[in-house]
Design a protein around this ligand. Structure first.
Ligand SMILES: [Zn+2]
Length: 151
């Protein structure tokens, strides 16, 4: 269920501890919408059981979901993660949904076959490498250090 918060952020019932400020949220929302995406606070209920533990944000097609843990973080961290997820929105638009999913899984499987751990295989997926570059460009302009990498 979606409900409009007093500050204009749409959030699922139960997410009552969002600390990101309204201006930051609006700026990020505009940025995502300019790229043809949608920014959402909280994961959809159906998705929660499917997520790998520690997932702080995820992009499905053009929808960028920010987890509640992330929304308690400093705005600079959220901005860096949104830049990462936005890179995935652009990749998705660039190559199309089928090719995006195929390449992502193919590259992950290839990395695993080369003997990488699940985490290392994920980190080395070219789509992830590209997204992390976008993320780190934001981080390098803020005072905050790296946190848990997003999905
Ligand atoms: Zn990613």
């Amino acid at each position: 269920m979606l409900q409009a918060a007093e500050d204009g952020i749409k959030y699922r019932e139960g997410i009552d501890d969002i600390v990101i400020d309204r201006e930051t949220w609006s700026a990020l929302e505009s940025e995502v919408e300019a790229a043809g995406g949608k920014l959402r606070a909280g994961f959809p209920a159906w998705l929660e059981p499917l997520l790998i533990r520690g997932t702080i944000a995820i992009t499905l097609g053009r929808r960028v979901y920010l987890g509640r843990e992330l929304l308690r973080a400093a705005s600079a961290d959220v901005a860096a993660i949104v830049a990462h997820e936005l890179a995935h929105v652009r990749q998705f638009a660039r190559v199309g949904p089928a090719r995006f999913a195929w390449r992502y899984l193919r590259d992950y499987a290839r990395n695993r076959r080369r003997g990488m751990s699940a985490y290392d295989a994920y980190v080395a997926i070219p789509f992830e490498v590209e997204a992390r570059l976008a993320e780190n460009r934001i981080r390098s302009t803020t005072a905050h250090g790296a946190r848990v990498p997003p999905a």
